[in-house]
Design a protein around this ligand. Structure first.
Ligand code: GRF
Length: 209
């Protein structure tokens, strides 16, 4: 497979299905980029075995690093520089990114959130909690958002959003499954746009040309 000089890093905490979707899109030639490394927040992150099987560099920092913002920021700055990473992709990553890293890395950090932000976002709003809240509210649609990461929780400018219907009888699990399918579309599409330099940013208004 041809290598690309547009390097990305993918951060995961869970099964890594979004990470796998990005890797598949790269292998299919839909994304002109290369995954320089995967960072796991825990050794139990299922996506790490996929990285291992596909010979993608991966590592899990010691747990205490995530509670020391300055040490975590230093590690991220060092690793992204060492691997010449241009874009950091948070794909189900449950740890907060240090503000210093966001500032020093000049902002090319994106996150996928399984709801239509600003609704149902913020601290504690992840995974099943999101879909449970959407159903309890009685929403008729939900969806997913890829957004720039800033120092808040899920408050960065949206880049791509896509909706799905909420159906009668939905459970958090059935809704999560329907949303995950479009996550696997919009995150690779966004990474491809970054790699092709097609992202245009005007304040909080971001477009893919
Ligand atoms: C996804 O629902 C994503 O929106 C959220 O966490 C989940 C991660 O799933 N941030 P996976 O690890 O990519 O399978």
């Amino acid at each position: 497979m041809a290598t690309s000089n547009y390097k990305i890093a993918v951060f995961i905490s869970g099964g890594g299905s979004n990470f796998k979707a990005i890797h598949s899109a790269i292998q299919n030639g839909d994304i002109a980029a290369e995954i320089a490394f995967v960072l796991g927040s825990t050794k139990n992150a299922g996506g790490l075995s996929y990285a291992n099987q596909n010979e993608i560099t991966h590592f899990v920092p010691d747990a205490e690093i995530f509670t020391d913002e300055s040490v975590f920021a230093e590690l991220l700055l060092q690793k992204t520089k060492e691997y010449d990473v241009k874009l950091v992709v948070l794909a189900g990553f449950l740890k907060k990114i240090p503000a210093r890293f966001i500032h020093d890395f000049s902002g090319n950090i994106i996150n996928i959130h399984p709801a239509l932000l600003p609704s149902f976002g913020g601290k504690g709003m992840y995974g099943r909690h999101v879909h449970k809240a959407v159903l309890e509210y009685g929403c008729k649609i939900s969806g997913a958002t890829v957004h720039l990461v800033n120092s808040g929780y899920d408050t960065g400018a949206p880049i791509v959003q896509r909706s799905v219907p909420v159906l009668p009888g939905d459970t958090p699990e059935t809704l999560a499954e329907r949303i995950l399918k479009i996550e696997h579309e919009i995150l690779p599409e966004t990474v491809a746009a970054f790699a092709a330099d097609k992202i245009k940013i005007d304040g909080r208004h971001i477009y893919i040309e």
